[in-house]
Design a protein around this ligand. Structure first.
Ligand code: SF4
Length: 356
């Protein structure tokens, strides 16, 4: 049987392995530090572990990078899209969005996606498979190293519905947040969901991170049309569950609203959304649709976006218009499909130089 990649283990899994060997719990913290803070490339690098423990680790696990960074595209606005190849030659993408005070990495949780939202290219592919915890974590590790340790925030808004891969998502989140592992603050991590209601509840029992709900319509009949998941979990249920989610201190629930011209961007839609969200402590991000073939939806006019924002603000809602980033490289929201050919030998060489 193939050995498991040790980076597929959560901190708790490693603790259990250590306990099964009759060793002290602090050994698992040492292993976490070697893996994620001291960049060990083999178990032999872990020099403060006993020889017996290193041998036991070698017997049970491998220590490999789960991805190969195979290409990068840079947008005229500085957004960078990374293509990764997986062990089975499947491909996923991650997007780095540089801003004044932060560099946000948008990472993928699945190859393809089963949720089939009508405005999303990933949804046209269908679900191919879940990513393992190490495939999720290594997107962050590889890009962060490649970009000189400059990634400050992570959003799970790339390919896939993170809550459709809950077990691996939770393991990856625990590695990202544990202070003896990657040690990223929960405030800097956002999980975005299309609204699998029972899984929102389950996620909240496991971790506290920022939650973004991809809402995109103020009424069920419209949401049913553009997001099939709404037929199972309608808006009322979704809002009720989302409002119970344990957010990090001083953080607000987020609602994403992709604006599709002539579909969900009318004045009535804005008033209906205002009525729906008034009184909820939240932030709304309006995202003008990024046109991408073969999808036939169109971007809304600037005027309709501004009018929509104004109406929401009249309800006391904190609303901002999300600037489209990386549209020229199909790196913007809803445009990820991992469909472009891998081509650059240079990036492979640079990525291999980034030791894992
Ligand atoms: S928007 Fe998200 S949940 Fe919907 S199809 Fe695309 S990747 Fe899946």
């Amino acid at each position: 049987m193939d050995k498991l990649n040790i980076k597929d283990l959560s901190p708790k899994d490693i603790e259990e392995f250590i306990a099964s060997k009759g060793l002290e719990p602090y050994r698992s913290r040492q292993i976490g530090k070697w893996l994620y803070q001291k960049d060990a490339s083999s178990f032999d690098d872990m020099t403060n572990l006993s020889k017996e423990l290193r041998e036991a680790l070698k017997e049970s696990f491998v220590l490999d990078c789960a991805l190969e960074l195979s290409d990068e595209q840079v947008s005229t606005d500085g957004t960078r899209k990374f293509l990764f190849e997986l062990w089975d030659e499947k491909r996923i993408e991650a997007v780095l969005i540089p801003e004044k005070s932060r560099n946000t990495l948008c990472i993928s949780s699945q190859v393809g996606c089963a949720l089939a939202c009508k405005f999303c290219l990933t949804g046209t592919v269908g679900k191919i498979r879940n990513l393992s915890p190490s495939e999720i974590i290594d997107q962050y590790i590889l890009v962060n190293r490649y970009c000189g340790d400059s990634v400050t925030n992570i959003v799970f808004m790339g390919m896939g519905e993170p809550l459709d891969n809950l077990e691996n998502l939770v393991k990856a989140l625990n590695v990202l947040m544990d202070t003896n592992f990657i040690s990223l603050s929960a405030k800097r991590i956002t999980v975005s969901t299309s609204g699998i209601v029972p899984k929102i509840r389950e996620l909240g029992k496991e971790v506290s991170v920022n939650l973004a709900v991809s809402l995109n319509a103020p009424r069920d009949e419209l949401r049913d049309e553009i997001m099939p998941i709404n037929k199972r979990y309608p808006i009322k249920e979704l809002l009720k569950e989302s409002m119970r989610f344990p957010l990090p201190p001083r953080k607000d629930l987020m609602f994403e609203y992709v604006m599709l011209s002539g579909v969900n961007d009318s004045i009535k839609d804005a008033y209906d959304l205002g009525e729906l969200l008034k009184g909820i402590k939240c932030k709304v991000n309006l995202i003008p649709f990024n046109e991408a073939l073969p999808l036939s939806y169109r971007s809304p006019s600037r005027d309709s976006v501004l009018a929509f924002q104004k109406i929401l603000m009249s309800y006391g809602i904190n609303v901002r218009i999300r600037k489209s980033r990386g549209t020229d490289i199909l790196g913007a929201c809803g445009q990820l499909a991992a469909s472009y050919p891998a081509k650059s030998a240079t990036i492979k060489a640079r990525a291999q130089g980034a030791r894992l």
